[in-house]
Write a protein that binds this ligand. Structure first.
Ligand SMILES: [Zn+2]
Length: 194
């Protein structure tokens, strides 16, 4: 087991943002962890949809990262249950990946499971509305894919976004994945409204 890697996300982001290059892959990875941890409640350990990016013995690790956000002091702890890689992210407030929302109501959330393949098409997609991006960032691992949860109005917006992406998708296989994800979101909303 290696040591705990500590990162100051604001410093990484500022360092990467000189000029117009986008943040380095390592920084974007820490950003995804931050989005996953800030999309849900503090104090809970979430089995996130973020895949470990380590390659022990030259093979991609198959782990999904566990993430937990702590308020005081504000830090995000993450760890891979498969290879035991772990770290702490500090100074993430105010970075583009901080998706915390004050006064968030916790009732009336609907859950939808979509396939991991469809999820990867949504993850980090710049065409998503901010509320859809928040839902996608909060994706958690599920035995049948990735579970997304949100309030009905936000899921309505996500449904519109996913249908728009499917319409514009030229690749038939990817279009099918997005269509099926849209069907599942629509079905979950229908069940809820019944
Ligand atoms: Zn790992």
């Amino acid at each position: 087991m290696g040591r705990t890697r500590e990162t100051d996300l604001s410093a990484e982001y500022t360092r990467d943002s000189t000029g117009d290059s986008k943040p380095a892959a390592a920084t974007r990875h820490l950003g995804r962890i931050t989005a996953a941890a800030t999309a849900t409640y503090p104090g809970l350990t979430i089995e996130s949809a973020v895949r470990c990016r380590r390659r022990p013995a030259n093979r991609t690790c198959t782990g999904f990262l566990l993430v937990r956000r702590q308020e005081l002091p504000a830090e995000i702890q993450w760890g891979c249950p498969t290879c035991q890689d772990r770290g702490i992210i500090r100074n993430w407030r105010g970075t583009p990946w901080d998706v915390t929302r004050p006064g968030r109501p916790d009732e009336d959330e609907i859950e939808v499971v979509i396939t991991e393949e469809a999820y990867r098409l949504l993850e980090g997609n710049p065409l998503l509305d901010p509320s859809s991006e928040r839902i996608v960032s909060g994706g958690r691992r599920h035995r049948r894919g990735i579970v997304l949860s949100g309030e009905p109005e936000d899921l309505d917006l996500l449904l519109e976004d996913v249908m728009a992406l499917a319409n514009d998708e030229a690749h038939r296989g990817r279009q099918l994945l997005l269509d099926r994800a849209a069907d599942r979101i629509e079905a979950a909303l229908r069940r809820w409204r019944r």
